[in-house]
Unconditional design. Structure first.
Length: 339
């Protein structure tokens, strides 16, 4: 079941040297805030997904040092080595070096951070980022289209800041935004449907009641022609504002509890149970769609949950490799590393 067997760090964040044995199905790391617990999960995420979930390489590099190195040993003795020399990062796998982690070496990860608990009441951009990261793991093509859309959007916005701009100047970028945007809409609707097909059932298992919940996609469900028309119709408004006012970059996701907007109608505990349900479903979907059991990284999340939800969290992820950080020792768990 285990994917990761060892984590070794050198000048990574606050760590001079660090070595962690992860051969047990569940690895628990205990330490005070600021002791470097999250950076261990960051290194694992970087090795499995090819990027950090916290910052850029120069922020990861320990102060006053000239390089960092992270070595992740996998179950088949394969090593993923990441090096950064202050300017350039490289990945080394089986002796082959590359500037980016190859797609074939990426591995699914379920990351659960304390901020995720507040996803329901957070900003639209935070929710978009959350679901974008999930959908990119489900299908690499989603990430490709999202990258192309964002590039076209930046070009369009740059042109809109030019005082001398005509409709014709934007035409090619409108075409690209409409093409990539409608593809993203299709993926978002499809993947959200997979989540919603399980949402109420999994929530009821956690909460032990008959409440219902779902996530609504608050986006422009239009075809490519209508998308293009909306961009062209908004030309004068966009020119005055200096940015693109319509598109998938403004979409949102709304959590609904018993047919009412959850933010404002659901209690704190009900919101947290919905987020737990989402995380459990995330693991199930990744396993089914990618064909691999994801590695589960739980970053200091126990302090945000009561004992009942802590138990559900551990029980539901018991069949996955878990690496957990915490400031305290959850009941019936052995400490593998104390910082």
């Amino acid at each position: 079941m285990n994917v990761i067997e060892r984590v070794k760090l050198r000048y990574f964040r606050c760590h001079d040297e660090f070595d962690l044995d992860c051969r047990r199905p569940t690895t628990l790391i205990i330490g005070e805030n600021g002791s470097g617990k999250t950076s261990i999960l960051e290194a694992v995420y970087l090795a499995l997904r090819g990027k950090s979930f916290k910052g850029v390489d120069k922020e990861i590099l320990k102060r006053d040092e000239s390089f960092y190195r992270a070595e992740i040993v996998l179950k088949d003795a394969q090593k993923i080595i990441i090096r950064f020399n202050g300017n350039k990062k490289e990945f080394e796998i089986d002796g082959k070096k590359s500037a980016r982690l190859p797609k074939k070496n990426r591995y699914p990860v379920v990351l659960f951070e304390p901020d995720d608990i507040y996803l329901i009441s957070s900003s639209p951009s935070r929710r978009r980022d959350y679901f974008d990261e999930l959908f990119k793991q489900i299908d690499d093509n989603y990430g490709t289209y999202l990258s192309k859309y964002n590039k076209a959007l930046r070009q369009r916005n740059d042109l809109l800041k030019n005082e001398i701009i005509s409709r014709d100047d934007l035409f090619s970028w409108n075409i690209m935004c409409a093409n990539y945007g409608t593809e993203l809409i299709k993926w978002r609707v499809q993947n959200l449907g997979k989540i919603n097909s399980k949402m109420t059932e999994v929530y009821r298992d956690i909460a032990n009641n008959n409440d219902s919940c779902r996530i609504d996609y608050l986006g422009a469900r239009v075809d490519e022609n209508e998308y293009l028309n909306r961009l062209e119709m908004n030309f004068e408004r966009d020119r005055i504002m200096g940015h693109t006012s319509f598109g998938v970059h403004r979409d949102d996701y709304e959590f609904v509890f018993n047919d009412k907007k959850a933010d404002g109608s659901a209690s704190r505990g009900e919101n947290r149970s919905m987020i737990l349900a989402l995380k459990f479903i995330e693991a199930q979907i990744l396993e089914k769609e990618v064909g691999k059991k994801p590695v589960v990284l739980l970053d200091d999340i126990f302090s945000e949950l009561d004992e009942m939800r802590q138990k559900h969290l551990v029980d539901n992820f018991r069949n996955y490799q878990m690496i957990i950080t915490s400031t305290t020792v959850p009941s019936e768990m052995r400490v593998d590393k104390e910082l």
